[in-house]
Design a protein around this ligand. Sequence first.
Ligand code: NAD
Ligand code: AHE
Ligand code: ZN
Length: 375
Amino acid sequence: MKTRAAVATAAGKPLEIMEVDLEGPREGEVLVEVKATGICHTDDFTLSGADPEGIFPSILGHEGAGVVVDVGPGVTSVKKGDHVIPLYTPECRQCPSCLSRKTNLCTAIRATQGQGLMPDGTSRFSVGGETLYHYMGCSTFSNFTVLPEIAVAKVNPDAPFDKICYIGCGVTTGIGAVINTAKVEVGSTAIVFGLGGIGLNVIQGLRLAGADMIIGVDINPAKKEWGERFGMTHFVNPKEVEGDLVPYLIDMTKRGADTIGGADYTFDCTGNVTVMRQALESAHRGWGQSIIIGVAGAGQEISTRPFQLVTGRVWKGTAFGGARGRTDVPKIVDWYMEGKIEIDPMITHTLKLEEINKGFELMHAGESIRSVVVY
Ligand code: NAD
Ligand code: AHE
Ligand code: ZN
């Protein structure tokens, strides 16, 4: 079939809207009509050329929602007409990782996914006979896409596509980092670095978990109001801090008899390795945990004095907020439908596919939280 898509032809170039060819679903695969897709910073990261796994030409996008319109042989868990969210972290429930119950990082199809291919080692997308590569197993910047059935979560059909697409990455990553990865307790202190599409969801996750003090850190002063809107109790703009940021934050978190200071939990939502170090070092001596969510470019490395870890701080990372997609994503959609979590105010811009490059410009300018493309 033919489908409209925004194609990443080369690193650093704007996406090109074109009609592409899409082959139907093979064994264990489903064809999904994507109804809406968010634009995540990770799409921008890959388009920029900084992603070691970036492949071109490809169809980016990994934060979608849509309807199953066809299924290949052997598909049992979804059927035509089901509403689904594509999963860049699938859940096969059979691989050693899924069976371990220790991680959400299903390994069933990770190798081919990283090569921009379906599990059988081929691509379903092409244009003029030239292969176009899949992205993160999703390629939601195409109106129609093919996914393995283990990489779709069936969700409440009453939920609006243009809002729940955000659960395909940002919402789940932010809230999941708090609940699944950090397991934040009631009354905790927390610092969130970077108040974008992910950081604000960390903040709403912290509010849900009952954190007491939620400090937001961002170099964009406009993010103060945004953070407060979702539960942030204090804001720090590093550009306005005289001297080092870390001692400043540690001082802020000293409470009662605790003269040591440092947060129980810190989260990096910037992808900046210097910020990651600040986040680790502003965690409390003895027990503070720092969770890396941000994605850093090829060749970048994190560092700190080992003494920071010797003295009890814990450095962790999280992908997709530790969520098991087919199990957890439908629940998060239900939380949204029940009003337990907010999504609508974070979707600041709704665009047509033809306007998708504007979504990237708004992100660069710090003017959007989430731009969503509606097909
Ligand atoms: P975004 O662009 O919406 O937000 C980033 C925020 O960080 C902005 O508000 C920006 O002003 C702020 N910032 C930049 N430099 C800063 C600094 N030095 N100090 C403080 N704040 C700073 O991006 P996003 O969509 O929220 O994504 C954030 C990061 O998370 C990206 O690296 C993205 O690739 C990554 N990500 C990871 C996962 C995962 O599963 N681990 C999932 C989604 C996104
Ligand atoms: N391909 C990059 C890493 C990119 C990355 O870390 N992706 C996150 C999701 S970001 C979503 O917006 C992730 O899930 N990682 C786990 C995985 O298996 O990819 C690189 O550095 O090679
Ligand atoms: Zn993402």
